[in-house]
Design a protein around this ligand. Structure first.
Ligand SMILES: [Zn+2]
Length: 294
């Protein structure tokens, strides 16, 4: 029962934070404040009433259009809200699955567990944010990726320390856990920089930005190297599929601003890969290692 209630609560909280993220995603690229003015239509400046701000429900009631001018609000709003709500609900469901209420309360009393849990939902929120920013603006801001890498490292170290507290690990293992995390971050970023360099040597132009290298480092800090590589593989496959679909569109039907004539947002595909890896990474990596005979 407590598991179901907790999941619903986390999902609703996720919807609210997804709604706030939509405001951020519209205003950050323009350099506007995310606090003032109040939520308004970006076409006619009509200020939204409270009931036009309810996540998902308002969009459905208004059929995705502004009440003032009828302008199309776009798919991004309900998608972002549903994504953050769904991920947070999933996180709560997973977290509360393996423990009784007593153990849950005992665990949440430990500051490191609490920081890790909050960290994880922030990480999922960040992945949705970066996916949309790269898709809409080809922009992966340093002030999101770099703190994300720092927070990921802290949470990974805290998790290892918590395991040590519960006496499953010894002190040398804590040190090696910290070194593993550092190595994962550097290796993941190095992979992207290597691809960037090879592309430059072959094509004499920039293929992948530094933002993608920082995003890979972010994924490695949170997920560890094997799951970050899985996220990369999923991202590359999705990117390739998108490219094939775009190439199949006849040239005459492509608009001047279509993706086909510009760069594909690799960061978006990496974020989707990151979410896949977050949700199903552990069983996939384990199955792969078994299959490879490791
Ligand atoms: Zn309007």
């Amino acid at each position: 029962m407590i598991r179901i209630l907790g999941t619903i609560f986390a999902g609703l909280l996720g919807l609210a934070f997804g709604s706030f993220l939509n405001v951020c995603l519209s205003r950050w690229p323009e350099g506007e404040s995310v606090v003032k003015p109040r939520s308004h239509c970006r076409h006619c400046s009509h200020t939204l009433a409270w009931w036009e701000n309810v996540p998902l429900a308002s969009w459905l009631v208004l059929r995705g259009r502004c009440r003032g001018c009828g302008a199309w609000i776009g798919w991004r709003y309900p998608l972002v809200e549903a994504a953050v709500g769904g991920l947070w609900a999933w996180q709560a469901w997973q977290y509360m699955g393996y423990q009784s209420l007593d153990i849950l309360v005992f665990n949440l009393r430990s500051p490191s567990t609490l920081v890790s849990l909050i960290g994880w939902v922030v990480f999922q929120w960040l992945l949705v944010a970066l996916a949309v920013l790269d898709a809409e603006n080809l922009w992966l801001p340093d002030w999101l990726t770099l703190p994300g890498i720092a927070l990921g490292s802290i949470c990974t170290v805290l998790k290892t320390r918590r395991q040590m507290e519960l006496s499953a690990l010894s002190r040398p293992q804590l040190t090696s856990g910290v070194l593993d995390c550092l190595f994962a971050i550097l290796a993941a970023a190095a992979l992207i920089l290597l691809i960037r360099w090879v592309y430059w040597v072959v094509r004499h132009r920039e293929g992948i930005g530094y933002g993608d290298a920082k995003l890979m480092a972010l994924l490695a800090a949170w997920l560890g190297l094997p799951q970050a590589l899985l996220a990369f593989a999923v991202g590359v496959v999705l990117g390739a599929l998108a490219a094939v679909v775009l190439l199949a569109v006849p040239a005459g039907r492509r608009g001047p601003e279509s993706w086909a004539s510009s760069k594909l947002p690799l960061g978006t595909f990496l974020c989707v890969g990151g979410i896949v890896s977050c949700l199903w990474g552990q069983p996939i990596v384990a199955a792969y290692l078994r299959w490879g005979g490791f």
